[in-house]
Ligand binder design. Structure first.
Ligand SMILES: *Cc1c(COP(=O)(O)O)cnc(C)c1O
Length: 398
């Protein structure tokens, strides 16, 4: 790979390792183990494995390594470790680096499973977690302490799309020596500058935009080589959350088209958000790429785009939201996001059902809120469908 190549070129050619057959498409090495020429060769590999030498697929496989090298090249990270799911990446990265007595500061607006890991799992192992409003730098400053080992936040929160200032939080965290861990799913690798802005560790659920076609679960932890190979790899190697070679192959194919898909999705999301301005029946349109979003300036500086997801708050609460969802003909009712297919979700009753009413209210997850992950369908078709569904939603409560 040429160091001057842009992300879009790296997404197609990054990390490629061809076998002796010179195959065009990446090979799937569907093998869990590797054979050695002799007992001496086995011994030597266990002492020190070279670049192209593998021992066991729980911690290394040629197809998985191509995926790791390619996503690291796109992200501008030194190295990457691929995992079985996004949550294996989140829990693996945190558990690999933390120990009893450590302190963590995290933003409160988190994906439900991330909240479980931070609130329930870490507490059980004696790690104290302080939650803050991620958009309020004063709260970060007040919460950080000399024993703070890590900070954790979603750079764009789910589902209310608040944007957190990666550079500012990183500066504060680094001043006390804490590692900055960013769950960057909503920003996507296409619009991410997280490492350049100061993040130490970036995590993706590859299930979302990287696959982008609803097929496989996967995740990845990106960061400096020492952190990935000396902290994350030993932990993952012995606890078992590895990505399968087949999944890595699907994700590699996803990476080839990710830039095209994600840019088309973000352009449509912006067009839909703009077209819905002032429409009757909508109490609120939340999209970080709209000038009226509270962190619009930060979003443009940090990502350059608003991303592929928007949230709509319908007048008429849950009844209007359900009528809207049921009337849509193109977006699929599902809880995934970042897919080629547009997807509609009612967070209050599905992904965020577990939260108390007070927490939902605090996070802005109102009964009328729907989350729309915009796909790659024809924009005019999507707009017409959303318009007719809005009318149905209005009629349902009038
Ligand atoms: C989906 C998601 C995860 C978890 O990823 P899985 O691949 O489903 O395990 C973590 N964080 C965010 C922000 C997500 O959207």
């Amino acid at each position: 790979m040429n160091d001057d190549w842009k992300a879009r070129t790296r997404a197609v050619h990054g990390g490629i390792r061809r076998s002796q057959y010179g195959e065009l498409s990446e090979a799937i090495f569907l093998t869990q183990g590797f054979a050695y020429d002799s007992a001496e060769a086995a011994e030597a590999r266990f002492i020190s494995a070279g670049e192209d030498e593998f021992i066991y697929a729980r911690y290394g496989n040629p197809t998985v390594r191509v995926f790791e090298d390619r996503i690291a090249a796109i992200e501008g990270a030194e190295d990457a470790f691929a995992t079985a799911s996004g949550m294996a990446a989140v829990s693996g990265a945190l558990l690999a680096m933390l120990k009893t007595g450590d302190h963590v500061v995290a933003s409160r607006a988190l994906f439900g499973s991330c909240l479980y890991v931070l609130e329930e799992v870490l507490a059980r192992y004696g790690v104290e977690v302080t939650f803050v409003d991620g958009t309020d730098l004063a709260q970060w400053r007040a919460a950080l302490r000399p024993e703070t080992a890590a900070v954790f936040f979603e750079s764009v929160s789910n589902p209310t799309l608040e944007v957190i200032d990666i550079a500012a939080v990183s500066d504060l965290a680094h001043a006390v020596g804490a590692t900055v861990v960013v769950d960057n799913v909503f920003a996507t690798p296409v619009f991410s500058n997280a490492i350049a802005l100061g993040a130490d560790v970036v995590i993706y659920s590859a299930t979302k935009h990287i696959d982008g076609q609803g097929r496989t679960l996967g995740g990845v932890v990106l960061g400096q080589r020492d952190f990935i190979r000396k902290t994350v790899e030993p932990f993952m190697k012995h606890t078992g959350g590895a990505m399968s070679p087949f999944t890595a192959w699907v994700m590699l194919k996803g990476l080839e088209t990710m830039d095209l898909r994600v840019r088309a999705q973000a352009a449509s999301a912006l067009a839909i958000a703009e077209a819905l301005q002032g429409k009757a029946g909508l109490a609120r349109i939340i999209y970080p790429g709209l000038a009226d979003h509270a962190q619009y300036g930060l979003c443009m500086a940090q990502m350059g785009q608003g991303g592929t997801v928007l949230a709509l708050d319908l007048e008429g609460g849950r009844q209007a939201a359900f009528a809207f969802i049921n009337a849509l003909q193109i977006p699929t009712i599902s809880n995934n996001l970042g897919d080629a297919k547009s997807i509609i979700t009612h967070p209050a009753t599905t992904t965020h059902q577990r939260l108390s009413d007070a927490d939902k209210q605090h996070l802005g997850i109102t009964p009328g809120l729907v989350r729309l992950s915009v796909g790659i369908e024809d924009l005019a078709d999507l707009m017409a469908d959303i318009s007719q569904a809005l009318e149905v939603a209005r009629d349902s409560v009038s």
